[in-house]
Design a protein around this ligand. Structure first.
Ligand SMILES: NC(=O)c1ccc[n+]([C@@H]2O[C@H](COP(=O)([O-])OP(=O)(O)OC[C@H]3O[C@@H](n4cnc5c(N)ncnc54)[C@H](O)[C@@H]3O)[C@@H](O)[C@H]2O)c1
Length: 452
């Protein structure tokens, strides 16, 4: 089966789009999702739950096999949820990209990291688009969901997709809709976060909105670039505000003012203030990376993004600040030098309640503490063994220290880098003489606990 009547490419997109919208409304539309990671997998589930058939595509054969066996590889998505997707008879995962011909809409959810010189690395998006271009059908809708700079859909995707002779907006449709997933957030998930949708024409935008309206309310915007800019704006807003509160932490700390108490009181103001929290540095696949997509693109317009650069500078100085504070605290409270002392990093994931350690500040902390001669281990209930990470070969194979008073008492000092909700700090406080807390995980203030 092909998505539309591919034997007659002369049928205008306007006509094909009517059939597309009718199928979306009746939940018959076949959705293809390329990239079954933290974003693509929950998105697939959201469509399946609303009765739309989904084919998931990934180049990683091991992920496809796990899904086929009813297993999840993402902590906050249970095996039961994967099994339920299959049981509904609406989901299949494959590495066979020829099956892209069989779907009506193709949603791209592949990584968009930074390159060695902090330039956008669109290699995953380009490789995926080339794959799609080989199979694109008249009447299909292709949507990029990966975070990227304004202009990517028009300047990078569209020319590749048109290489076979079909034209965007004439034969097939293009839209951009940023993913706003917040993995592990118990209050919001893919099916409750509105989708911003941008396209170059009303026709294409209407198709994309019809698709997403099957799962969530949509926010249409006037073009592709605007939708691309919305996502960057959201993440730059976070990066800059986190940098601001990290700067306040350092300044208030020097004045012996507890920044956490300040924030708790400030956020009682019902307007004009939004609480952001300090930490040991930025982590994850989004906030440390996405702002620099705009920085790179702005250069093409002869413009600097000074807020973004400054926020990046402050946020990336946080692990160094924390290590300095830890050294001072050891000196003051324990009379111990860093060299040769044993430190336990509590929490390796980049944020609470997830098993994702991409760009985690804990990695930088480990590197810096080892450089000061400390013996470093970690404990994280969600990461029993540290996987291979290209930029941090020294962590590979490290094993999580058991959370028992006996195991914890081997350490001179503990450094809380991530505050998973299910961690009880009682055995830690009983076992070590000093805890350096970057997350306000231990609410009870005492001589033993130092904020950093
Ligand atoms: N993780 C988040 O919290 C989050 C939130 C919002 C937006 N985003 C954005 O969404 C995008 C995807 O992020 P993610 O966290 O889901 O990444 P991820 O690494 O978890 O998943 C990406 C998936 O794409 C697959 N893949 C890579 N190249 C492929 C190709 N050529 N064809 C098919 N599959 C391919 C990988 O095997 C992997 O399964 C990024 O642009 C990211 O910035 C992520």
């Amino acid at each position: 089966m092909t998505a539309q009547n591919s034997s007659d490419p002369a049928i205008p997109l306007g006509v094909l789009s009517e059939a597309f919208i009718a199928k979306a409304t009746s939940r018959d539309l076949r959705v293809g999702i390329v990239g079954l990671g933290y974003v693509g997998l929950p998105l697939a589930e959201a469509f399946v739950l609303q009765g739309l058939p989904v084919v998931g595509f990934d180049i990683d054969d091991s992920k496809v096999k796990m899904l086929g066996g009813g297993k999840s590889y993402i902590k906050h998505i249970s095996d039961e949820r994967i099994a339920a997707m299959y049981a509904a008879g609406k989901f299949a995962a494959t590495t066979d990209f020829a099956k892209l011909k069989q779907v009506d809409a193709i949603l791209i959810c592949v990584p968009t990291p930074l390159g060695e010189h902090r330039e956008p690395d669109l290699s995953y998006v380009v490789a995926t688009t080339q794959n799609i271009a080989e199979h694109v059908q008249p009447g299909q809708l292709i949507i990029l969901e990966s975070t990227t700079y304004p202009g990517t859909s028009e300047e990078v995707l569209q020319p590749i997709l048109e290489q076979g002779g079909l034209k965007a907006g004439v034969d097939f449709a293009i839209a951009y809709s940023p993913e706003r997933e917040d993995p592990g957030n118990p209050n919001y998930d893919t099916s409750s976060i509105p989708k911003v949708v941008g396209a170059s024409s009303d026709l294409e935008r209407n198709m994309a909105c019809a698709l997403y309206n099957a799962i969530v309310p949509t926010v249409p915007v006037s073009n592709l670039r605007t939708a691309e800019a919305v996502k960057l704006t959201e993440n730059i807003f976070r990066a800059v505000n986190i940098a601001l509160v990290n700067e306040l932490k350092v300044v208030f700390g020097a004045m012996d003012i507890d920044v956490w108490e300040v924030i708790e009181a400030a956020k009682t103001k019902p307007f004009g203030y939004m609480a952001f929290y300090p930490g040991p540095g930025l982590g994850g696949h989004c906030i440390p990376i996405d702002p620099f997509y705009l920085t790179w693109k702005a250069r093409a317009y002869g413009l600097n993004t000074r807020f973004i650069e400054l926020a990046g500078e402050i946020n990336s100085s946080m692990p160094g600040h924390v290590v300095d504070r830890l050294g001072e605290a050891m000196n003051k409270h324990l009379g111990l030098a860093m060299k040769g002392a044993r430190v336990l990093i509590v929490g390796l994931a980049y944020k609470k309640n997830v098993d994702d350690m991409r760009e985690s500040p804990a990695l930088d902390l480990i590197h810096k503490l080892k450089a000061r001669g400390m013996k470093v281990e970690y404990s994280d209930p969600y990461i029993p063994v540290a996987p291979s990470i290209r930029e941090h070969p020294e962590v590979e194979g490290m094993k999580s220290v058991p959370w028992t008073q006996e195991a914890l008492s081997q350490f001179d000092v503990a450094l809380i880098a991530t505050d998973h909700d299910n961690v009880d700090y009682t055995p830690l406080l009983a076992a070590v003489d000093l805890v350096v807390d970057t997350r306000n995980a231990i609410k009870q203030r005492s001589d033993k606990v130092v904020q950093a």
